[in-house]
Design a protein around this ligand. Sequence first.
Ligand SMILES: Nc1ncnc2c1ncn2[C@@H]1O[C@H](COP(=O)(O)OP(=O)(O)OP(=O)(O)O)[C@@H](O)[C@H]1O
Ligand SMILES: [Mg+2]
Length: 423
Amino acid sequence: MSKRGFHKKPDTSAVLDIGSSKVVCLIGQSDLNMGVKLIGSGFGVSAGMKSGAVVDMDAMEQGIRTAVEKAEREAGVAVQSVAVNVALRSLRSEHLTVQTEFASGEVADRDLNRLINSSLSEFAQPEQTILHAIPLSWSVDGESKIEEPRGMFGSSLGVDMHFVLAGVGPLRNLAHCIERCHLRISSVTVSPYAAGLSVLTDDEKDLGVTLIDMGGGVTSAAVFRDNALVHVEALSVGGQTVTKDIARGLMTPPEAAERIKMLYGSALHGADDDRVSIPCPPMGAQDTLHHESKSLLTDIVRSRVEETFEILRDRLNQKGLEGFAGRRIVLTGGAAHLNGVRELAEYVFNKRVRVGRPHGVLGLKETLSGPDFAVATGLLKSQFLKENDVIQGAPDLTGRRYLKKRYSGGSFGRSIQWLKENF
Ligand SMILES: Nc1ncnc2c1ncn2[C@@H]1O[C@H](COP(=O)(O)OP(=O)(O)OP(=O)(O)O)[C@@H](O)[C@H]1O
Ligand SMILES: [Mg+2]
């Protein structure tokens, strides 16, 4: 979307949060003292995405163009590439431990890189792409939980890797949409990971925390521990599902159901539930306005949100993460605004729960300071942070077993760079 008259400012980065309800473009600039400063923002309506996947290219393209153009105008820069997020039902976390033997001596960069590359090629799967590959801990000669193996003496080196994978099909569609807007993807981050980078404290990430991003079409979770992302989950259920339930249950059009949710919606029963009656506009011209009790509305909202939390809790427990993930949950996403969700999450998970708001971005306006902007601001922060993810740049969307090729030679150097910065 380059335009005449715009100039590129040094150290600027643009990100796009492409959600099921909204598209947000943020442009940030590195600030010597404060990390990152917001210099432009723009919004678009997302009418072309369902449950995290593109279903209407034209509508999606329109939403992206609107958001990017507004942000470009405000920042006075032309955006050429964007860091984007994804939250797809097909997201999968896998762990792999790999070992290598080497001539006895000091562990060096080349040994770490050889090991990481062998884990990546071992993990390559057709029609899947690796979005994140995070070394969780190293071992030297069987001695585990080593944070800095370089310089240690031994003859065998091991690493525990966390991979986040996604099916390439929906990613290709997303990439195509972005290309149609004449933009390049600079990186792809899973939504709850990005949200975590925006709202979590260092202590939470260290001791163990689960971030749950409650969007319009997707509810996704990221578990952090020892300052690393250790697991992700995603369900194709969100605030829009709640709205649909309300429309069905109260027999009212979806737009009216959305309004009713905003005005009266709660996941917890209140003392006035039986006294308050809610006006419900008719579905068709033949019907007339009718009234339903607030208690019925609360039942509808609660059962959907409770079921969503229960599915997530059961999935995390099945993976053995209940204790490992710490005693705290942080909620983000637009649906975290809903009354009573925090309390309901405390009840279902039996953990301390708070609603997370973005921090650490300078110049954040009031309109961008809610939990619905955690993903966008987290994406922006990630552009200026040193992350412990060996996947740099856009993911490979060819769907072939490509990694041996990709992570030898040139990209090898990038892994080395990463290792130098993080250890
Ligand atoms: N004040 C509010 N009360 C209740 N629900 C709200 C409120 N504000 C926003 N929501 C709900 O939040 C949802 C949108 O959240 P969000 O903006 O995080 O979604 P998204 O990022 O576009 O979608 P996704 O991440 O699922 O692809 C909508 O379903 C909307 O109804
Ligand atoms: Mg979202």
